[in-house]
Design a protein. Structure first.
Length: 196
């Protein structure tokens, strides 16, 4: 059965799913597998926390570079405030970590950018949960190096991204144009975790 086209229905009505829910449902399995891979790490141990950061950096850094090459600022004018490459590199420098950067896919259009952003911006929700746990760790090497996890805390970055995401709903002809880039982004993080 072919994938339904959003253009064939009004995605702004209450009866139709939002792009957020479409992406959440379509990437749930990839998200769960990644959570399971990362959940095996004890983040209160400096070596494993460092590995967690290395895994994230291995995918995050090239994905953010791909977003910049794809003119992400045209979609998110506040991209400079959202990018987390500097924050994660700061934490890694203090912990002595070195990520093995992976190759991120090119993002040919705005829907590929939005699908990728859904994964990166959504990861802030998980970061907030992990931050609460890490602040209880006894090892100050861990608890004092949380620039990546704390990035954007207290700012409405996720809600503002969702508003931008949904504003593109009526222009999307095929759900796969946004779903597949999100799946590829999750896959890159899973690939990084598998290399550990």
């Amino acid at each position: 059965m072919p994938t339904p086209h959003i253009a064939d229905r009004s995605c702004l009505t209450r009866q139709s799913p939002t792009l957020r829910s479409i992406l959440r449902d379509a990437t749930a399995a990839e998200h769960a597998r990644l959570d399971a891979q990362l959940g095996a790490l004890d983040l209160c141990k400096a070596a494993e926390y460092c590995r967690f950061l290395e895994i994230n950096a291995a995918a995050l850094l090239p994905l953010e570079q791909s977003l910049v090459r794809a003119s992400v600022r045209d979609i998110l004018p506040d991209w400079h405030d959202r990018a987390r490459s500097r924050a994660i590199l700061r934490d890694l420098a203090r912990l002595g970590g070195t990520p093995r950067l992976l190759n991120a896919p090119a993002l040919p259009d705005r829907f590929a950018v939005l699908g990728t952003l859904y994964v990166l911006e959504g990861s802030r929700l998980g970061a907030a949960y992990l931050l609460r746990k890490i602040r209880q760790c006894s090892d100050s090497v861990v608890s004092d190096n949380t620039a990546f996890l704390v990035h954007g805390v207290g700012r409405p970055l996720w809600p503002s991204f969702l508003a931008i995401l949904e504003s593109h709903c009526s222009e999307l002809a095929d759900e796969n144009d946004i779903i597949e880039p999100a799946r590829r982004a999750f896959s890159l993080f899973r690939q990084a975790a598998a290399l550990s």
